[in-house]
Design a protein around this ligand. Structure first.
Ligand code: ADP
Ligand code: MG
Length: 336
């Protein structure tokens, strides 16, 4: 009966003999009996136990570009942004209504920038208006998106100016919202449209940005992370230095980390890095050991919004350029 060596899910009704604890106690034996690589056992509700049986690398083949673009063509908004597939081959979306902002980390070459591109593709095809701001110290990673953004900052000066501009926009939004008695921008669709929809600030290599811009930039980013949500201002940060000292007093970012609630760990070099990114115990207790992701699988990651490993799509430059050219002018506010 267990000869199907394909990833699958077993659903069991809990009885007194089949509680989550019972299964966890025997999970190692069950895993080897099934010849599976990994079991993910959860209890979606008190009456059910779900066992996901994961064989070999379902993610090895990657997330086909074609399938991703198909997902993008379906209506989606900031509560359902197509982003990755998981080990069971299912699509994983980001929900920025449920949890604001994002921190993505991983060693060099792990797939952060490619992941950022996928997320950008998802964002620009989302329903409704949006405004895009890019901070890109590496200068090339996000340059393709320049035509769809209000700024693509690559120098220390421009990066500081861009982050400040987004903070100023957030403050302006709060002023208008106060005047009109609106507490959360998405509660008032007309005003949401009027103010330009969701403002997205993407910061690649945040450690470099903080090193170049200093406390001023750090405080502005922290303030956006703390207050942005109600004003529909989103901060997406990527870093290859997920060390514990990245966020702290010297850069004015002691509150930044805790306000970034969507967390992604691509491959990291050391296991303790996982806990810095995903939270204490992620590697040991939740089985999200991103230091064990093979370097042959760039784009594979563990994240806060999936129990199992995910992989983002790899989008070819050619296809992306074509896509961006088609998107230009759609729902975008580009202000002088
Ligand atoms: N999701 C993916 N699927 C397949 N290959 C990928 C994926 N993400 C990245 N790669 C490969 O890995 C390389 C490095 O990815 P990149 O996003 O630039 O890494 P990082 O920004 O973390 O340094 C890419 O040029 C690509 O060849
Ligand atoms: Mg990169």
């Amino acid at each position: 009966m267990f000869s199907i060596k394909q990833n699958h899910t077993i659903e069991l009704r809990s009885t007194r003999l089949q509680t989550l604890d019972d299964f966890e106690r025997v999970s190692d034996r069950l895993r080897s009996a099934l010849g599976a690589r990994r079991l993910v056992i959860t209890e979606p509700d008190p009456r059910r136990v779900t066992i996901r049986v994961i064989y070999e690398e379902a993610l090895q083949a990657g997330y086909a570009e074609e399938r991703f673009f198909q997902s993008l063509s379906r209506p989606h908004d900031f509560s359902s942004l197509p982003f990755a597939i998981d080990e069971l081959g299912q699509e994983v979306c980001l929900n920025f209504h449920e949890a604001p902002h994002l921190l993505g980390a991983g060693t060099s070459g792990s797939g952060k920038s490619v992941g950022a591109q996928a997320l950008l593709a998802s964002i620009v095809t989302a329903d409704g208006p949006k405004r895009l701001f890019l901070v890109d110290p590496k200068r090339v990673e996000l340059s393709m998106w320049g035509p769809l953004a209000e700024s693509h900052a690559t120098t220390a000066e421009a990066m500081t100016a861009t982050v400040e501009a987004v903070r100023a926009e957030m403050t302006r939004r709060y002023e208008v919202m106060d005047e009109r008695g609106v507490r959360k921008l998405t509660d008032n669709p007309a005003l949401y449209e009027e103010l330009g929809g969701t403002c997205v600030l993407v910061v690649d290599e945040v450690a470099e940005v903080l090193a170049a811009g200093g406390k001023e930039v750090g405080q502005a980013l922290s303030s956006i992370a703390q207050l942005g949500r109600a004003a529909s201002v989103l901060l997406l940060c990527f870093t290859q230095r997920p060390s514990a000292d990245l966020f702290g007093k010297t850069t004015g970012t002691e509150t930044l980390r805790s306000n970034l609630s969507n967390l992604i760990a691509w491959r990291v070099l050391r296991r303790p890095d996982v806990d810095v990114i995903l939270g204490a115990g992620a590697a040991s207790d939740d089985g999200k050991d991103a230091s064990a992701i093979p370097s042959s699988m760039p784009g594979a990651a563990y994240c806060s919004f999936s129990e199992v490993m995910v992989r983002t799509p790899y989008l070819s430059d050619e296809r992306l350029l074509d896509f961006i050219n088609r998107e230009k002018g759609h729902d975008f506010t580009i202000q002088g």
